[in-house]
Design a protein around this ligand. Structure first.
Ligand SMILES: [Ca+2]
Ligand SMILES: [Ca+2]
Length: 163
């Protein structure tokens, strides 16, 4: 008797499980925006274009790198806190940011600066313009890597996709 009961209930349970998992899943075609959550700095120019160290004469010659995500027209979207004295041996380094919405068709730049305290911060390199949508894959990839024109700078962005 219990087996007969089970054979009647089990199919109903399975249908319930399948239906529960299938609550309108997001497909790549539905994606309109991404929420940027992490920048992972994988590479950057280790010295300035003239060959000098980023912080020559200071305690550490290595730059204090922060990243800015901005629109093509220069509107600030995200600015990370600086990580002091980034050594190439530390790479990759991670910048967690509050999840921030970016339209997948928005043209954006990732710009790297060296925080120089009271002095003007130094531009290190930039990546872009690019669109999040250019890197969206059908499996809703959780991250993608962008590279500067020089090839010296590589940053991986973690993104949660949304409709
Ligand atoms: Ca500097
Ligand atoms: Ca510095």
């Amino acid at each position: 008797m219990p087996q007969l009961l089970l054979s009647r209930i089990l199919p109903l349970l399975l249908i319930g499980v399948v239906a529960g998992c299938d609550s309108n899943p997001l497909r790549a075609n539905d994606v309109r925006r991404g929420f940027v959550r992490t920048f992972e700095l994988e590479d950057f120019p280790l010295v300035q274009p003239d060959g000098n160290e980023w912080d020559s004469g200071l305690t550490s010659p290595n730059p204090d790198i922060y990243l800015v995500l901005e629109t093509r027209s220069g509107e600030l979207i995200i600015e990370t806190a600086p990580i002091p004295n980034v050594d190439s041996r530390d790479l990759p380094v991670f910048y967690d940011v509050p999840a921030t919405e970016v339209g997948i068709d928005e043209e954006v730049y990732v710009v790297l600066y060296d925080d120089d305290g009271l002095l003007d911060d130094e531009f290190i390199d930039e990546i872009g313009p690019f669109r999040l949508g250019d890197y969206l894959e059908s499996d809703l990839n959780e991250s993608f890597r962008v590279t500067s024109g020089s090839g010296d700078t590589e940053v991986r962005l973690s993104v949660r996709w949304s409709d």
